[in-house]
Write a protein that binds this ligand. Structure first.
Ligand code: ATP
Length: 312
């Protein structure tokens, strides 16, 4: 199929994710670690614009404080891979130019690449007028990466398998977060290798979703949630970069309700008791010389079309 009608371009957005719980099990024979995680989508969003082009190309712009040169500008970019996968599966022989407007820190444990892939799926689905059901897109998303299905879904959700099996969770109300970035990146595989090394000789329990955390979410109890946040990758990440411990401590000293490593790091998350408190904690961190800090809230919706350009 080669579309000669339809929109001239489509812009979609998708959110960053945080893990309120990240339980990691022993590495499987296929090299993946079984996970039991609780995701929340937060209000940092990347935008992806797709338009028909003679071949697949990708361009990136965005917040100038981000290391945009670390975002691949070739076909290894997850957004391009998402567009190509969708085209292949649905017999579309048209290529697209992909433009990414980045707001999500790169390699920060916030799944920015996965968000771009989810946004690209939704944008290309609209550009090519495929009108696929969300479940079909989720199936493709799971082939692109463990965090991509959640970037489509958004909200608050439980993730199992490698994180790609997602089920929405009941979590009324909003939560306020301060995200503290680092001036170094952490490669996810390196953090998992460190996890394996630290647990080489002990038993690793099957990862499970903790009921007290789900109960705190159901009752929107911020303080209780703070006591139940947990990330099994925090110790491995701190072992690799001890300054993470200092960052977490700085947020607690700045009165955050709780501190948590985001995914495989190095971004740190601070749970706050409302918007005013979050801005106060962000100010305290900035005053102590930590940054960049962003105040945001969750849960927010998953990938969605934002704008559609006029006919071709
Ligand atoms: P992971 O998803 O591996 O846990 P992360 O959440 O820490 O990673 P990302 O911003 O997704 O961080 O970047 C991880 C790596 O993915 C980058 O270093 C980059 O090489 C690669 N990558 C591929 N496509 C993209 C993209 N569209 N945006 C950002 N990074 C991308």
């Amino acid at each position: 199929m080669s579309a000669t009608t339809g929109p001239g371009w489509v812009t979609a957005s998708a959110p960053a994710k945080i893990n309120l719980h990240l339980g990691v099990g022993r590495v499987r024979a296929d090299g993946f670690h079984p996970l039991a995680t609780v995701y929340q989508a937060i209000g940092l969003r990347d935008e992806v614009t797709v338009r028909p082009a003679p071949s697949y190309v990708v361009t990136v712009d965005g917040d100038e404080r981000l290391p945009l040169d670390q975002v691949p500008a070739d076909e290894s970019n997850l957004a391009v891979r998402a567009a190509q996968l969708l085209a292949r599966r649905h017999g579309v022989d048209e290529a697209v130019a992909v433009h990414i407007s980045k707001n999500i820190p790169v390699a920060g444990g916030l799944a920015g690449g996965s968000a771009d892939a989810a946004a690209a799926l939704v944008a290309c689905d609209a550009l090519w007028e495929l009108r696929l059901a969300r479940e079909e897109l989720v199936g493709l998303a799971a082939q692109l990466g463990s965090d991509v299905p959640f970037a489509l879904l958004g909200g608050t959700a439980v993730g199992t398998g490698r994180g790609e099996v997602v089920v929405p969770a009941m979590a009324p109300g909003e939560y306020w977060w301060v995200v503290l970035g680092a001036d170094f990146g952490l490669a996810t595989p390196e953090v998992y290798r460190q996890f394996d090394a630290l647990h080489a000789s002990d038993q690793v329990a099957e990862p499970a979703i903790p009921e007290p955390l789900m109960e705190a979410l159901r009752s929107h109890d911020v303080l209780r949630l703070g006591h139940t946040l947990r990330n099994d990758l925090e110790t491995p990440a701190v072992t690799l970069h001890p300054e993470i411990e200092e960052m977490l401590g700085a947020g607690l000293a700045g009165t955050a309700v709780a501190a948590l490593l985001s995914g495989s790091g190095p971004s740190c998350l601070f749970l706050c008791d409302g918007s005013g408190h979050a801005h106060y904690v962000a100010g305290e961190l900035a005053e102590r010389g930590y940054g960049p800090v962003v105040v945001t809230s969750g849960p927010v919706p998953g990938a969605r079309v934002e704008r559609i350009g006029g006919p071709r």
